[in-house]
Design a protein around this ligand. Sequence first.
Ligand code: GUN
Length: 283
Amino acid sequence: MANQVINGKQIVSDIRGQLKEEIDALAAEGFRPGLAVVLVGEDPASAVYVRNKAKACEQVGIYSEVHRLPAETSQAELLELVDKLNRDANIHGILVQLPLPKHISEDAVIDAIAVEKDVDGFHPINVGNLSIGKPSLLPCTPAGIIEIIKRTGVTIAGKRAVVIGRSNIVGKPVSMLLLREHATVTICHSRTANMKELCREADILVVAIGKPKFVTKEFVKPGAVVIDVGINRLEDGSLAGDVDFDDVVDTAGPITPVPGVVGPMTITMLLANTVQAAKALRK
Ligand code: GUN
């Protein structure tokens, strides 16, 4: 079977092109969407993500500001900044990069972000609205995954979807979104028995488990869509997904390589969320 490696560059450039047109039209009316990104501490991976987010904003014409705070910043100081950004009329989206230093409660910070500026879709009200099917800001990685699947041309409705991983950032919300798209959804996790057998029933397999090359061809139904959310640094310094790409590529149908698809799509959905939030706040 000819493999179908999903072309992330093409999808991302199509969507960012559309967003840029929309942002240019808003700019012509004198309105510019704005995003504030907050980074606490010096985690190198987080620093790279934050830089990429700011660069992507610049590409499409979104105003962005990055607040870099020292690792010793207190929770009260961070909450004070969030409160200031909540009240800033030039800022329509707020993203506090996770993980936060251990002395700061991530829940307290997420709860403090204005629901309508929560472009991560992590606030309990946005999570609740997703779960009951009301309009809301959707978490970026899950929203990007749905967009990628749709752009393969595969119909989601009626399909068996299996998600490996039950995190609040990816596993749970992507399961809710697949359900909203009328898939029959199974969530696998560390206590799941017969994981391989369950995965082999999947027409759509989403892997977000954080273990390099965990999924081999024994997990994959021939022709299935395989979406790899993992990004793991190996001992030799190279990057690997949660899927053993070389082993799986000839069994799967459309499949995402790592890096190159889910990461850039996550940032693209952040841009889309910022535009959505800005338009809603402008009314
Ligand atoms: N850290 C890893 N992924 C994410 C994300 O999607 N949003 C935020 N805020 N932090 C992250």
